[in-house]
Design a protein around this ligand. Structure first.
Ligand code: PLP
Length: 407
């Protein structure tokens, strides 16, 4: 694969490239998008070929995918060394749907849900929309090394107040790949306190070289907490528009309850597009995936080098996985805030963003997610999507650092 040729996706019904959505976060409809978590790379050619063949039949009747979970099982075995039988894997219509359904089934209204923050905003929305209460567990952050970490003592205290832990592993947007020891700690804490762990592992196939992802339910095999792991081919193969995910439960009882509910809601059958693309991805995608992980790891190294050399006061957090990561703007935040507050007329139309995202939208023509999207206290960061060609990445960062230096 040649990942250096990322596509311009304007006018393709992509939310990431939609000018109204871009203006809403950045005050500039023409800003170049580095926000929503999908990549600008074409998917694996095998998957694209599958999509083409399906389209060419011209007949899109009811499908049947009896082997889909077997393919998901085989993927987990070859990618993560996890022997999870196909019959233990359940289909869900997207990862967030899977989380929402599990939270609804296995927690009660009014229950407290521990969410490590900065957190992908839908975690808060799902929790609160269902009448649960989010326990905002701040990850530790070391500004000197630009690294997030799990602060075990505080985690334990917050877990004691909670009925459920909504975990994200690897973590979006901090970029942490948790070690086996850390995962054991989370599970042992949950077991001791009798609380449920839900682990969102949508970014797990995009761990950069040198790090290893370990599925939560694999670690749980020797611990026995109540635990649910969700994974998906969507981020991995840049097919997030198809909305599919897979769910593994620590007990047959939870699994059967989930399946019964999904069936009752008529949500347990993949559509023809989902089934075809997900099957093809898990069957053929390993080589593409290995090349992509190496490219993304390289992008992080180059971003880090570029920002260090720029002396702009902005730095890359220590991202170990995925293609979205926080940029630390702590040292420049006060200056940016003063500029945005002094010239409100320049920053109109960015109601869905924050101080930093509007500043970069207007002055660098770059659309990033403001840190406040991940929790009010994270406003001195932005999330930057580097799942695109390194030329685009460095072009965007050049404009961002120049805008900061012009302050
Ligand atoms: C941590 C995390 N979970 C879930 C999702 C969305 O999953 P889906 O589109 O399958 O609902 C995302 C997308 O960015 C994500 O980052």
């Amino acid at each position: 694969m040649d990942f250096s040729k990322a596509a311009d996706r304007r006018h393709t019904n992509s939310i990431k490239w939609d000018s109204t959505a871009i203006e809403n976060i950045s005050s500039n409809p023409d800003a170049e998008p580095f926000w929503v978590a999908d990549m600008d790379f074409p998917t694996d050619p095998h998957i694209a070929e599958t999509g083409r063949k399906v389209a060419e039949t011209g007949i899109y009747g009811y499908p049947s995918f009896p082997l889909l979970t077997a393919k998901a099982s085989e993927w987990q075995r070859k990618k993560h060394g996890w022997d999870v039988p196909a019959e233990d894997i359940s289909f869900a219509m997207g990862l967030l749907h899977g989380i929402a359904s599990c939270m609804d089934l296995f927690t009660q209204k009014g229950d407290t849900i521990l969410v490590p923050t900065p957190a992908y905003r839908p975690f808060r929305e799902i929790t609160e929309n269902q009448g649960r209460v989010m326990v905002d567990h701040e990850l530790g952050y070391d500004h000197a090394t630009a690294s997030f970490y799990l602060d075990r003592e505080r985690f334990r205290k917050d877990a004691e107040k909670s009925k459920c832990i909504l975990f994200c592993s690897p973590h979006n947007p901090s970029g942490i790949v948790f070690s086996e020891e850390e995962l054991r700690f989370v599970l042992e804490t949950a077991k001791e306190l009798g609380i449920l762990v839900i682990s969102d592992e949508i970014h797990s196939d995009l761990v950069h070289p040198g790090k290893k992802h370990i599925p939560m339910n694999k670690v749980n095999e020797t611990i026995g907490a109540d635990c649910i792991t969700l994974f998906a081919p969507s981020k991995t193969f840049n097919i997030a528009g198809e909305h599919s995910a897979f769910v593994v439960f620590s007990s047959e009882e939870m699994r059967d309850t989930f399946r019964k509910r999904e069936h009752a809601m008529r949500l347990d059958e993949p559509s023809i597009v989902i089934g075809e693309l997900a099957s093809s991805a898990y069957e053929h995608g390993l080589e593409y995936n290995n090349e992509l992980c190496a490219y993304l790891g390289d992008n992080v190294r180059k971003i880090d080098e570029f920002l260090k050399a720029s002396n702009s006061g902005m730095k890359m957090v220590n991202a170990e996985a995925s293609f979205v990561a926080f940029l630390d703007c702590i040292d420049v935040y006060d200056k940016v805030k003063a500029e945005v507050e002094a010239h409100p007329e320049k920053y109109t139309g960015g109601k869905g963003g924050g101080i930093l995202s509007r500043f970069f939208g207007v002055n660098a023509s770059v659309a990033v997610n403001d840190g406040t999207w991940f929790g009010d206290q994270w406003g001195r960061f932005v999330r930057f999507n580097y799942g695109t060609s390194i030329d685009r990445v460095l072009g965007g960062l050049t404009r961002m650092t120049e805008a900061l230096k012009a302050l």
